[in-house]
Write a protein that binds this ligand. Structure first.
Ligand code: MOS
Length: 745
């Protein structure tokens, strides 16, 4: 077979769900109209530590329309609390090993202490204000300064997936060998995800069958988690999440609200809709923890790293050892004989933190890439050249070769597009009127998720030549449904307008949650498998059928284009084959088993980030003038959706660098800016020209189509490039994020 077939993969197809979204016909999980709907409002604790000593519900219950007030006294006990395991593992993923309203202890502000259910949302909210809650309060611990002396070294973090200490060689010896040493403490404010759509669940019981409409990154994860918590068999729970309005990790773990919605619906015998308010989003679905990273780099005079020491301190909840793995990639991506990475945690009055876009990489690479910039400055070596001198073609931790890299090309092409050559490295050397101009760069990397659960999909072709390809995965706005339509079309030999991808429903074949930048790679593998299995099945039917013009042809000689199978001069369309054989449809299943953890390769996506900033010399205002990112994400399924993922990530890096911070009030243990008015995110006026370059690399190890993922890497390194540019502009090293006006005055 040599004919070139036009490929849908790689085309900048518009989003298949675009028209439904802009016309309003797309129904999100809080927009499902059900008869006799009731509304649940979560009441959160005002205090951050102590006990609830009483809740007087009489006034609330006396209000018109109030159906129930559930508290520790009346909410059912959970059947079983599953362990904290990341949602991508094909297992229950509760978000934290604590379920509210099981006893009177208060661990954090905003912890649910009551659930008010009424016939309207307004009545539920109003009645919540009538609850008389009394507390026995104890002083909370929330901030790094309060927790520093209470810290301990956890054995494992991140749901048990990652060891608390990573070492090779002898870091002290490596530092002694060094001619130059740079050392710094980088702090990073807590961040919240703030997707446009707050988390929400609509729950409906039909006898003992439960239907949940949930805004989630993993319908199967919701199904498994709610099943374990309620003690209801998975076979009786269906979860639908056709659309989700953004997420970035806050809908990856299955927090308490879907289960609370199901409990409320059972209590009142009506469907219940539960929507978290914007303020509750800050205390109900995890966040990126506040953190302090201490980096020590040792290097020879000619810029070769001899030692990296990377320590992180951060608060976790009273029940789980959670830290995002900020220390991980610093052990892997540069050649360096001696390494020591250590996490320290302290028990704080917070819920368990969670994934947030590039969880660990965004924060860890900020610190590492700023420290490298300091080293480059100290040694008088160009920042790109310093990175090239420490480049490694193997994972420096395991010694395994990268399955593919492209990093050097990213530096080169990124530098070209950005115009890095000829940069005067002296800080403060460029001016534009009153603005100090600086440029900075950083490496970006994000692991290709080493997941192990098999991925499944199903393809069905109808007698009219149209097809449906199905997998359970939700699409929370990344473009999964669009690129899977392209993969399905190519696999089947159909045009994209004849293929529909159906997703977001546990009745469809199980697949990974849309997490870890793994969706494109893992789901495409299963979709490709199902679509090509169906195509082979159809070809075999035709060549084995005496009634077909293709009868007797060798299946390997048959090409399919626009639904027509052709071998030499003979051809028959899928439709003709099905109609002739009285089949309304045919179906095939596909499965892909990800490579085992012990493959002799390390898998990582690489990129390079560049930023130019202007800093007002008197006022300390920072404006990002332009950003360039060059990324090598393997096969690009759709350059339009890939580019917008990467651009969004880079702009989030701008938010991380200059704007985003949850501010904690230490006396009360409450976030003071839990709103979109006061939690600042970049808006269009903050957004500079963002230039995204896609570097091609082939990778036949990661998955059948060689897709490495674009969901998170766009954010990694972007904040470091900006912070480094601020130093170049001003000569000031601000070792904290976000960098604010007052840091530069
Ligand atoms: Mo993403 S932060 O892996 O949900």
């Amino acid at each position: 077979m040599t004919a070139t077939i036009p490929s849908a993969i790689g085309q900048p197809l518009d989003r298949v769900d675009g028209p439904a979204k802009v016309s309003g016909s797309a129904r999100y999980s809080a927009e499902i109209p059900l008869p006799a709907m009731a509304y649940a409002y979560v009441v959160g604790s005002r205090i951050a530590a102590g006990r609830v000593t009483g809740i007087d519900t009489s006034a609330a219950l006396a209000e018109e329309g109030v159906l129930a007030v559930l508290t520790q006294q009346t909410l059912p006990k959970i059947a079983e609390q599953p362990p904290l395991v990341p949602s991508l593992a094909g297992t229950a993923a509760p978000g934290q090993t604590f379920f509210p309203m099981q006893d009177d202890t208060v661990h954090y502000a905003g912890q649910p202490i009551a659930l008010v259910v009424a016939d309207t949302w307004e009545r539920a909210q109003y009645a919540a204000r009538l609850l008389r809650v009394s507390y026995a309060e104890t002083p909370p611990v929330t901030t790094l300064d309060q927790g520093r002396d209470l810290s301990y070294e956890p054995e494992r973090i991140f749901g048990g997936w990652i060891p608390g200490r990573i070492e090779r060689g002898n870091v002290e010896a490596g530092l002694r060998e060094a001619d130059v040493r740079v050392e710094g403490t980088y702090t990073y404010a807590a961040n919240n995800h703030n997707p446009i759509e707050p988390s929400c669940t609509t729950a409906q019981w039909d006898g003992d069958n439960l239907l949940l409409y949930d805004a989630t990154q993993g319908v199967n994860a919701t199904q498994m988690t709610v099943s374990r918590l309620l003690g209801v068999p998975m076979s009786k729970i269906r979860v639908i999440g056709h659309y989700a309005g953004g997420s970035f990790g806050c809908k990856a773990m299955i927090h308490a609200h879907p289960t609370l919605a199901a409990m409320a619906a059972r209590a009142v015998g009506r469907p219940v809709k539960l929507v978290l308010t914007r303020e509750q989003m800050f205390t109900s679905v995890g966040h990126r923890e506040e953190q302090e990273q201490h980096l020590t780099l040792g290097a020879t005079r000619d810029g070769r790293l001899t030692a990296i020491r990377h320590h992180k301190l951060s608060p976790t909840s009273h029940f789980d050892d959670w830290a995002e793995p900020s220390v991980g990639v610093s052990s892997q991506i540069y050649a360096c004989p001696h390494y020591e990475g250590v996490y320290r945690l302290f028990r704080a009055n917070t819920m368990t933190p969670t994934f947030m876009r590039a969880p660990g990489e965004a924060s860890g690479m900020y610190a590492l890439e700023c420290a490298l910039d300091e080293l480059a400055h100290e040694l008088g070596i160009d920042p790109i050249e310093l990175r090239l001198r420490n480049h490694t073609d193997v994972d420096a931790m395991t010694g395994l070769p990268w399955s593919s890299s492209g990093l050097k090309e990213c530096y080169e092409r990124g530098a070209q597009r950005f115009g890095w050559a000829g940069r005067d490295p002296r800080p403060g050397s460029r001016r534009d009127g009153n603005w100090l101009i600086g440029t900075g760069m950083a490496t970006a990397c994000y692991p290709v998720a080493p997941l192990a659960n098999p991925q499944r999909a199903r393809a069905r072709l109808y007698a009219d030549g149209t097809a449906v390809v199905q997998a359970a995965t939700p699409d929370f706005g990344t473009g999964v449904a669009t690129v899977m339509t392209q993969v399905a079309a190519d696999g089947l030999g159909l045009s994209v307008d004849r293929c529909r991808f159906e997703n977001g429903d546990t009745d469809l074949p199980n697949i990974a949650a849309a997490v870890g930048s793994a969706g494109a790679g893992m789901i495409s593998a299963a979709v490709h498998s199902a679509a090509t299995a169906l195509r082979s099945q159809l070809i075999r039917s035709a060549v084995g059928d005496p009634g077909s013009p293709l009868h007797g042809a060798d299946p390997v000689d048959v090409v399919v284009r626009d639904g027509v199978m052709t071998a030499g001069t003979a051809s028959e369309s899928y439709s003709d084959l099905l109609r002739r054989t009285f089949q309304p449809d045919v179906e095939a299943a596909g499965q892909w088993n990800p490579p085992a953890h012990d493959i002799p390769y390390a898998t990582m996506t690489f990129g390079a980030q560049f930023a130019e900033v202007a800093v007002d010399a008197e006022l300390g205002l920072v404006r990002v003038r332009r950003m360039t990112g060059a990324f090598a994400p393997g096969r690009v399924l759709n350059p339009k959706t890939a580019r917008s993922q990467l651009m969004g990530g880079m702009l989030w890096g701008l938010g991380q660098a200059l704007l985003e911070a949850n501010h904690m009030q230490p006396d009360t243990g409450r976030w003071v800016n839990a709103s979109l008015g006061e939690y600042l995110v970049p808006v269009n006026a903050d957004a500079p020209d963002v230039d995204v370059e896609l570097i091609e690399v082939e990778d036949d190890i990661v998955n059948p189509l060689g897709v490495k993922g674009v969901g998170e890497i766009g954010q990694v390194g972007a904040a470091a490039a900006i912070a480094n540019a601020v130093h170049h502009a001003t000569g000031r090293r601000v070792r904290k994020l976000p960098i604010m006006i007052e840091d530069l005055l």
